[in-house]
Design a protein. Structure first.
Length: 243
């Protein structure tokens, strides 16, 4: 029984200590924010939020610290979570404008424009949201034009690569392939050349011999005829008288 009582008194006495700790951390976070040490301030706000009671909401201050520290995605999530706790239209308008600002830094211009529109629905007199909306729409248009330009350039590059490349052609088995190596033509050797020249010479000699033989034959025939004619013309004609 004494042990239980001792633990109870320790728990009661520790409550002010823990309560004071989150307040001290919150004080340090605000001090760091004023000194422009936003990253340190953001970490301290997170620690203070964990130590603070559940009914304490430090989302607004923590979101600003995250935004200033360049943690735009964290800031967007913190502001979005905080928006559900806003009661009046002015507060809802402000928190939606801050969500839009975080989206703008992430180049999510279409989403940012929708956040600014929601801000103006809740607070039509918010001149900052109206101006930021025009900037978001302008940036969104430029972003789309740049994307279309890059897409067109990529398509042109692909077409140039295809036109510069050789098209694939299926080889026809019935047609000879020019790239295939042809068997080298066999040039005649010296022996073959000499043999061919010898055959040609022999043929030429035989032809010449035949021509000479024919000429000799014709000459002999002509001579025989000539001798026959001469013999008949010079012979002594006998008269039968003995002189």
């Amino acid at each position: 029984m004494k042990i239980v009582t001792y633990i109870f008194f320790l728990f009661v006495l520790s409550q002010p200590v823990f309560g004071q700790e989150w307040k001290d951390t919150l004080r340090e976070a605000r001090k760091s924010f004023v000194n422009h040490d936003y990253e340190k301030s953001y970490k301290q706000y997170r620690s203070a939020q964990k130590l603070a009671p559940k009914q304490i909401d430090l989302s607004d201050e923590m979101g600003h610290a995250a935004y200033k520290a360049g943690k735009y995605q964290d800031a967007e999530k913190i502001f979005a979570k905080s928006s559900s706790n806003k009661g009046n239209s002015t507060q809802k308008g402000n928190i939606n404008r801050q969500i839009g600002d975080a989206k703008m830094q992430q180049r999510k211009y279409d989403e940012a424009a929708e956040s600014y529109k929601e801000s103006l629905r809740n607070n039509p007199k918010d001149s900052k949201s109206r101006y930021n909306l025009t900037q978001a729409l302008k940036k969104a248009k430029e972003q789309k034009q740049q994307q279309q330009k890059e897409q067109q350039q990529n398509q042109n590059q692909c077409q140039n690569n295809q036109s510069n490349g050789k098209p694939n052609q299926k080889s026809n088995p019935n047609q000879p392939n020019k790239n295939q190596s042809q068997p080298p033509s066999k040039s005649p050797s010296n022996a073959e050349k000499q043999q061919a020249e010898s055959k040609t010479a022999k043929l030429s000699d035989k032809k010449t011999e035949r021509m000479l033989d024919e000429l000799v034959k014709k000459e002999m025939e002509t001579k025989k005829k000539f001798d026959g004619v001469k013999g008949s013309g010079t012979g002594v004609k006998r008269t039968g008288k003995d002189w």
